[in-house]
Design a binder for this molecule. Structure first.
Ligand SMILES: Nc1nc2c(ncn2[C@@H]2O[C@H](COP(=O)(O)OP(=O)(O)OP(=O)(O)O)[C@@H](O)[C@H]2O)c(=O)[nH]1
Ligand SMILES: Nc1nc2c(ncn2[C@@H]2O[C@H](COP(=O)(O)OP(=O)(O)OP(=O)(O)O)[C@@H](O)[C@H]2O)c(=O)[nH]1
Ligand SMILES: [Mg+2]
Ligand SMILES: [Mg+2]
Lengths: 293, 278
């Protein structure tokens, strides 16, 4: 593991009094390798290493404390702080009228499943009513997929025929207002950030429904490309957070750091399995541990 | 990526290394490739950026070529293709694309082997309808091995040319689901000793280094004969497959370049490498 690797490197410098550029150089090389193997974007890795170097430099090595341990602590703290504060932000519920939540992201990231999970969490934790909205009109049986999840949860699913996704969403919000449903979750089609027509479409959904939360749903095993798609979605949508899915796998999840860096938006939730209860708020320290390996 | 016709210097070589990383080639494989580049530069085999590019492209093409992209055929009777991979990579969509291609070769049957996920068989049923092939399916929650068995029987009795079996997405870290996949394979093999003749692992081009673990771990349970690399119509380069070739000799047979039925290409190492260095 990185911690062991760095500890053994820096043990030989015990007794030098300070962490210096020379004695942290090897350790930082280890960190760089660990981050790249974890799929953290190269540019993000470089910026992170620079920050760690600045923080570590000149730190007094406290009597009796292993410099390696100090180094690991600096790295871990810096990464944890980057990933977000200790408490994930709670959902921003609307003051009056329905709270609108928009789910967007690349194909296959886990949006539809996450709509079901988020609905389940909101009902359980906040005791609010939820309307699921099937606005993916392009994938075969996407509407059916959300209807099955709605049936499993005993929650209504809004569907329309002969309408564009922005109109379906607008109608769903109007229905929620009329029926006094607390929360509306909009499931949208997966799309490429380089598909201008579809990026315009999802921006239109956002413009016409004025969501209180806009989540980028991102697969934890995404590699270097995470920065490209995240930046594009962040440019076109008023993102309020990121949901990282499939964290029950063994991908290190470096995309989390890349997405956080490039959008500045916090990771709010994580998907931990296919079932609807496999969902949790994001824990920055745990993610830092996982990325460092 | 690098300015044309310039003499190589340390900065340019570093820039090149960065580009390799951004394509998801991964530290280990980048290290090996850069070692070769630096050695060639040191012994003056390559001196300019153009020569460096030519060297690099040839080097990577060398890693990726040399294997057939054609699907294996059964000596007689239906050829059975089993498709697997982690969640959301594009298995079901790729099956529809591949089946559509195989149609002109003889009757194709599809099997809805994902009996777990919401509307999984409905999704494949819509595709089967769209491309005009027969689908074998059972109720949600049925044993996938039972569906596979049914499908093999149907393929044999109807003298189908091809049987393509869809499976549920699963993570290679889920032991019970990997065991389920093994059971599906064994059931097929019991009925047709040489089957599955082709076992394809579907990988998402946006996936990073975890793609290597996927290929290695799925390869422990299945005799993988090919990879399908999807979503190459995005900006991800799919460079993880180079690292995969380092560890397991599984050739890429198809690439997915979109969500429509015709968005499938036979893997072309030259085209892939050119795109890698764009
Ligand atoms: N293991 C695991 N699988 C997940 C998780 N979240 C979603 N999945 C699975 O990932 C696959 C894709 O999920 P979907 O919800 O269909 O993804 P999507 O983003 O809606 O896909 P498109 O609408 O086609 O863009 C399914 O097999 C899900 O069961 C997770 O946290 N863990
Ligand atoms: N842009 C693009 N999208 C693709 C490609 N292949 C598949 N997709 C999309 O990726 C999403 C997931 O595809 P599926 O075929 O459902 O994936 P799967 O592996 O069967 O998913 P699970 O069965 O849930 O594990 C869908 O929205 C597809 O349209 C491709 O080559 N390019
Ligand atoms: Mg969906
Ligand atoms: Mg599928």
């Amino acid at each position: 593991s990185l911690s062991k690797g760095i500890q053994s490197l820096i043990t030989r410098f015990a007794g030098t009094g300070k962490l210096t550029e020379e004695n942290v150089k090897d350790a930082l090389r280890e960190v760089r390798l660990a981050l790249l193997e974890a799929d953290v974007n190269l540019g993000v890795t470089r910026a992170f290493i620079e920050r760690v170097k600045t923080r570590a430099m000149g730190k007094e090595v406290i009597e009796g404390v292993n410099p390696g341990q100090m180094m690991v602590k600096v790295i871990h703290d810096e990464l944890t702080q980057l990933m977000g504060g200790p408490d994930a932000e709670p959902i921003k519920f609307a003051g009056g009228g329905p709270t609108v939540i928009l789910m967007a992201g690349l194909q296959g990231a886990g949006k539809t499943t996450t709509c079901g999970k988020l609905a389940a969490l909101i009902r359980k934790k906040h005791e609010k009513s939820v309307l699921l909205v099937a606005a993916d009109l392009q994938r075969p049986a996407a509407v059916e997929q959300l209807k099955v999840l709605g049936a499993q949860l005993g929650m209504p699913v809004h569907t329309e025929t002969g309408m564009t996704p922005p109109s379906v969403c607008e109608r769903a919000v109007a229905r929620a207002k009329a029926e006094r449903i607390d929360v509306v979750i909009l499931d949208t089609a997966g799309r490429l950030h380089v598909d201008d027509a579809l990026m315009t479409e999802v921006a239109e959904v956002s413009r016409r429904t004025q969501p209180h939360e806009v989540f980028l749903v991102c697969d934890a095993m995404t590699g270097q490309d995470a920065v490209n798609s995240a930046k594009a979605f962040n440019d076109r949508l008023p993102l309020t957070g990121v949901i990282l899915t499939k964290l029950d796998g063994d991908a290190r999840g470096g995309a989390a750091l890349s997405v956080r860096e490039v959008t500045g938006k916090p990771i709010r939730f994580v998907g931990l399995g296919e079932k609807l209860d496999k969902f949790d708020v994001f824990h920055p320290a745990r993610m830092a541990d996982r990325i460092l390996g | 990526i690098l300015p044309f016709g310039r003499d190589l210097d340390a900065d340019l070589v570093d820039q090149l290394e960065e580009h390799l990383y951004s394509a998801d080639i991964g530290p280990r494989t980048v290290g090996k490739i850069m070692e070769a580049v630096r050695a060639a530069w040191k012994n003056r085999t390559i001196k300019t950026t153009d020569e460096c590019f030519a060297f690099l492209k040839a080097h990577v093409k060398g890693i990726l070529s040399g294997e057939s992209t054609a699907l294996r055929r059964a000596a007689s009777g239906p050829t059975v293709v089993l498709v697997a991979g982690v969640n959301g990579t594009g298995k079901t969509t790729s099956i529809a694309k591949i089946a559509n291609r195989l149609k002109k070769d003889g009757p194709v049957i599809l099997a809805a082997g994902d009996t777990f996920r919401a509307a999984a068989s409905e999704q494949l049923a819509l595709w089967a309808d769209r491309i005009g092939v027969r689908l074998i399916r059972q109720d949600k929650g049925a044993d996938p091995a039972a569906v596979a068995f049914d499908a093999v029987e149907a393929a044999l009795s109807s003298k189908a040319a091809w049987l393509v079996i869809d499976t549920a997405g699963r993570l290679h870290t889920q032991e019970n689901l990997m065991a389920e996949l093994d059971k599906v394979k064994r059931i097929i093999r019991k009925r047709i000793p040489d089957a599955p003749h082709e076992t394809l692992l579907v990988l998402d081009a946006t996936t990073g280094q975890n793609a290597i673990s996927q290929a290695v771990e799925f390869g422990k349970v299945l005799d993988l004969t090919g990879l399908v690399l999807t979503k190459l119509d995005g900006t991800a380069k799919g460079g993880a497959i180079i690292g995969i070739r380092d560890q397991v000799k599984i050739p890429v047979k198809f690439v997915g370049v979109g969500e429509k039925v015709d968005d499938l290409e036979t893997f072309d190492p030259d085209g892939f490498v050119e795109a890698l260095f764009e």
